[in-house]
Write a new protein. Structure first.
Length: 407
């Protein structure tokens, strides 16, 4: 039979029409009638949590075919082409305190949109009370002068004041006498307290012990806006004949240690940090009201707080500590009760790791970082008799802290 016979084509036309109708019904049932010109579509439901009322999120959704949308809160995106979408969140300014932010726990995540299906994505924000500031620079000055005689009778007293940088920092003092004299340097808090932060007298001229007996350099921690008294003396060298007045050169300089979480020395001033995201801070304490800093006094402590949005076990890791520091972590609940026994690093320079014994209830927690059990040589000041002053490592090195949920 000839397939091109007119009678055959006429006879089969109703069957062809019925087949075409069935195909159209099948396509419609599969979602082929969407706005994408027959392309299957799905839905993406974005839920934003952790932000206070009235604070807009900053979320960008991108996907197939150049799709892009900016979200400021919860939103359901419909009629999306099937495929993989990226949900990227940026930090947003917190209403209080000024300078703080709300940071996304997961800055970027992928979501697969399927045909005729709703895909859920949660963007979770946590308060981050890191208030950044510009560190003070070029702070210091010349302290050069003359001694009218040797020792205490001819001493010169100077007052230096640290700037208000919240993280404090350290001061370096350099004092140099003539070749025939030995300098002596004292550093004390103002108003004066017993003892001294720095008490340096050049007691020997032996080059094997003291490479340059005419120079004293000292470094010590300072607290924000605190004043310190420097006492500069000249001592006769053994057997030397000295004619007075004697000139000396001296200078001081301040080095800021930026810590955007200070002040956070008490549980009441704990600063909020985001879960999952590492933060950096310093162990600088600064001499405040005395010439000593007891190992577990408030200036040596840092407190942080974090929020569990759902019950979970947690791991807290304190790392990147200086070789002279053996840090400890202690965790408290919202009421101030200690949670677990804390965690002490196995040795100086090693990490301290705290893991909760099971899931903790949702809510706010505090974590204390301290160096109270550090080795006895953990120092707040250093001095030497030459220009290669050794700065204690913890003056220079930031530590890293991260809180993780163990779901």
């Amino acid at each position: 039979m000839n397939p091109h016979d007119p009678i055959l084509r006429t006879t089969n036309r109703p069957a062809a029409i019925a087949l075409a109708a069935a195909l159209l019904l099948t396509l419609a049932a599969c979602g082929g009638g969407g706005p994408g010109g027959g392309t299957a579509t799905g839905t993406l439901d974005v839920d934003v949590t952790g932000l206070p009322a009235g604070t807009a999120a900053d979320v960008a959704v991108t996907g197939p075919g150049g799709f892009a949308d900016a979200l400021t809160g919860d939103e359901t995106l419909t009629d999306l082409t099937v495929g993989t979408y990226t949900v990227a969140a940026q930090p947003v300014d917190a209403p209080v305190p000024a300078g703080a932010t709300y940071d996304p726990l997961v800055p970027s995540q992928s979501a697969a949109v399927l045909a005729a299906t709703t895909t859920d994505v949660t963007v979770e924000y946590d308060l981050h009370e890191c208030v950044m500031y510009e560190p003070s620079v070029d702070v210091g000055g010349d302290l050069s002068g003359e001694w009218s005689t040797s020792g205490e009778a001819g001493q010169v007293v100077e007052i230096v004041t640290a700037p208000a940088d919240p993280g404090g920092g350290y001061v370096t003092v350099r004092l140099q006498s003539t070749e025939s004299m030995r300098p002596q340097l004292f550093a004390e808090v103002v108003p004066e307290a017993s003892s001294s932060i720095v008490l340096s007298g050049q007691t020997t001229t032996d080059p094997a012990i003291n490479p340059d007996p005419t120079v004293v350099e000292a470094v010590f921690e300072v607290a924000p806006s605190r004043s310190y008294q420097l006492t500069l003396r000249g001592l006769n060298a053994a057997g030397a004949s000295i004619t007075y007045p004697q000139a000396f050169t001296a200078s001081w300089s301040f080095t800021s240690r930026v810590d955007c979480y200070e002040p956070n020395d008490t549980i009441e001033t704990a600063k909020a940090i985001p879960m999952e995201n590492p933060i950096s801070a310093t162990f600088i304490a600064g001499f405040r009201d005395s010439n000593s800093i007891p190992a577990t006094s408030a200036p040596t402590l840092d407190f942080y707080r974090f929020e569990l949005h759902a019950p979970s076990a947690v791991r807290i890791t304190l790392s990147d500590v200086a070789d002279e520091v053996r840090p400890r972590l202690v965790v408290y609940d919202e009421g101030g009760g200690q949670v677990g026994s804390g965690a002490l690093a196995p040795a100086a320079g090693e990490n301290a790791v705290y893991e909760s014994a099971g899931a903790l209830p949702a809510g706010w927690y505090r974590v204390r970082v301290d160096v109270g059990l550090s080795p006895s040589d953990f120092r707040r000041s250093s001095l030497t008799s030459n220009t290669d002053t050794e700065i204690p490592p913890h003056f220079l090195q930031d530590y890293t802290l991260v809180v993780e949920a163990l779901d």
